[in-house]
Design a protein around this ligand. Structure first.
Ligand SMILES: Nc1ncnc2c1ncn2[C@@H]1O[C@H](COP(=O)(O)OP(=O)(O)O)[C@@H](O)[C@H]1O
Ligand SMILES: [Mg+2]
Length: 239
């Protein structure tokens, strides 16, 4: 990989505040960060340092206050609401910290939702959803409701849903935070095996240093800033 060639996400001077007056919280204080195609970038840092805010801006879910964030060469702020939603639907897979699965739909139905929204026929959407659930090791639980699944299994459904439309960018917010160490490790292996691809950028947010070993690079955040970008453990050993 020669990541310097192909930037998928570029943030320059991105800032964000919440609230006003005494309630004002500065969440991002000027973020400069590039994410390359083909890499797994871990965005690390303590709770409250701004990780979710940053990936929400990258994912087009939240507006920045200042600075520029381009995703696949597009400045999301230049797009109108409909175009931004379509771009997001096509190009970005987002795994939310709370999974956000629809409780009355089965695992396969949850995974098929992004395809149905983009106009795919029900039968082929269902087939594709089941194929991706198989990839994440859930082929036996495809027809279960989220409430019948463990936390780790729900997480895998959420990952399958983010992958189903084959987006160029995948963003996962704390994918191992509700899992024990062994299950978290297995989840990262699934992510790396199933989601990592030469043309795809994978951003994984965590405050768990035990999963740093899966990263190509680790961007460390503190108090709304990127304070360091380091090379992941395996890459460090290979050099
Ligand atoms: N909707 C919100 N309204 C007000 N403050 C918020 C909101 N979301 C996050 N914050 C604050 O912004 C800061 C960064 O939050 P967040 O991006 O969620 O951090 P992290 O994901 O690293 O835990 C924190 O101080 C948090 O309390
Ligand atoms: Mg967070």
């Amino acid at each position: 990989m020669n990541p310097s060639q192909d930037v998928a996400v570029k943030c320059s001077g991105v800032t964000k505040c919440y609230g006003v007056g005494d309630a004002k919280v500065i969440a991002l204080r000027g973020i400069d960060l590039d994410v390359y195609r083909g890499e797994l970038l871990i965005l690390a840092g303590p709770s409250g340092c701004g990780k979710t805010t940053l990936i929400s801006i990258i994912g087009g879910i939240l507006k920045r206050d200042a600075g520029i964030c381009t995703v696949l060469g597009k400045n999301l702020e230049d797009l109108n609401t409909g175009d931004r939603a379509r771009f997001r639907g096509r190009s970005i897979g987002f795994v939310f910290q709370a999974f956000n699965l629809l409780p009355t739909l089965t695992a396969a139905e949850n995974v098929a939702v992004p395809l149905l929204i983009s106009g795919e026929a029900r039968k082929s959407a269902d087939q594709r959803a089941r194929a991706v659930l198989d990839q994440v090791g859930l082929s036996e639980r495809e027809d279960a409701l989220p409430g019948q699944l463990s936390g780790g299994q729900q997480q895998r459904v959420a990952i399958a849903r983010a992958l189903v439309h084959n987006p160029e960018i995948i963003i996962c917010d704390e994918p191992t935070s509700s899992l024990d160490h062994a299950t978290g490790h297995a989840m990262m292996e699934i992510l790396r095996n199933v989601a990592q691809a030469p043309d795809r950028a994978l951003v994984v947010v965590t405050h768990d240093s035990r999963i740093y070993e899966f990263a190509d690079r680790i961007a460390h955040m503190d108090d709304g800033k990127i304070v360091d970008v380091s090379v992941g453990a395996e890459q460090a050993h290979a050099q």
